[in-house]
Design a protein around this ligand. Structure first.
Ligand code: GLU
Length: 280
């Protein structure tokens, strides 16, 4: 029988708040319930926006909540060579291609699409163009060839069957012209390599799932099961954020809002519940 493996994959670009913590909890409890494994991956590929403070809050907040990973946490930035390797494999197989579009050309493409009442998508300009036409020495991005016909269907464990016409997907970038992988690409390669069986995350990622499915299919990899959770919203209906006063998880600890330590039964497998604060 396959071991259930889940993961929590926060980006350390903002401080872990209860919305993120809730996703971590679902992943952790689902894995525990099934006798599986729970993993932590810090998605720190955005070097400019990632901060050490945010990484510390992830570790401290999860430790305070008793959510412990079963393997050494993975820092996504260390896996860049592997992300590149997979992109090159897709290039070699002809399932991805080099796109030499300049920022001006891309801007024009978006404007043209919008003027025609179409969503601003890449128009496949370099998809079938002969590589000999490439401007010598010019930088290029690697794009995946999106399927143009049929539809992609995801059997989501929370949302049910969700489908999108493939014509809605465009040839997204997997490697930027500076050689860095995009989120869509890195997350698929890492979830595959970490043997993740269930991806449980906020439903703001549902549209990403259709895009990520392209990479799984192109590589001939099995897709994990997906469960997209409704998000916690603020009173104005918008996704919970700092603007709603969303605190970092460690602020709750520091404000001593949990006062009564509770001892969970050993059989729960959650370990003794602990509160970081002195009991009054
Ligand atoms: N790093 C992403 C985020 O913090 C999550 C990626 C995922 O769960 O697939 O939104």
């Amino acid at each position: 029988m396959t071991t259930i493996r889940t993961r929590f994959a926060p980006s350390p670009t903002g401080l872990l708040h209860i919305g993120n913590a809730r996703a971590a909890l679902f992943n952790f409890l689902f894995a525990r319930h099934h006798g599986g494994e729970f993993l932590l991956r810090i998605e720190d590929t955005d070097r400019e926006r990632s901060t050490q403070q945010a990484v510390d809050v992830i570790f401290d907040g999860l430790a305070w909540m008793g959510i412990t990973a079963d393997e050494t946490p993975v820092f996504q930035s260390t896996r860049q060579p592997r992300h590149t390797e997979v992109a090159l494999e897709l290039l070699e197989k002809g399932l991805a291609y080099k796109c030499y579009c300049t920022p001006e050309e891309l801007k024009q493409m978006r404007e043209d699409a919008m003027a025609n009442g179409k969503p601003p998508r890449y128009n496949g300009m370099w998809r079938d163009r002969d590589p000999s036409e490439a401007p010598a020495g010019a930088p290029y991005a690697v794009r995946i060839k999106a399927p143009r016909e049929g539809e992609t269907v995801i059997e989501d464990l929370v949302q049910g069957e969700v489908r999108v016409a493939n014509a809605e997907l465009d040839d997204m970038i997997i490697l930027r012209s500076d050689g860095t992988p995009t989120y869509q690409h890195a997350v698929v390669v890492d979830d595959h390599d970490m043997d993740i069986t269930h991806v449980i995350r906020g439903d703001d990622h549902l549209t990403n799932t259709f895009r990520q499915a392209m990479i799984y299919r192109a590589m001939g990899w099995d897709l994990p099961r997906f469960a997209h959770l409704p998000l916690i919203h603020g009173p104005d209906g918008a996704k919970l954020s700092k603007r709603h006063g969303a605190q970092s998880v460690v602020e709750f600890r520091d404000e001593a809002i949990c006062r009564k330590p509770v001892q969970l039964p050993a059989a729960s497998g959650l370990g003794p519940w602990r509160c970081g604060n002195p009991v009054p």
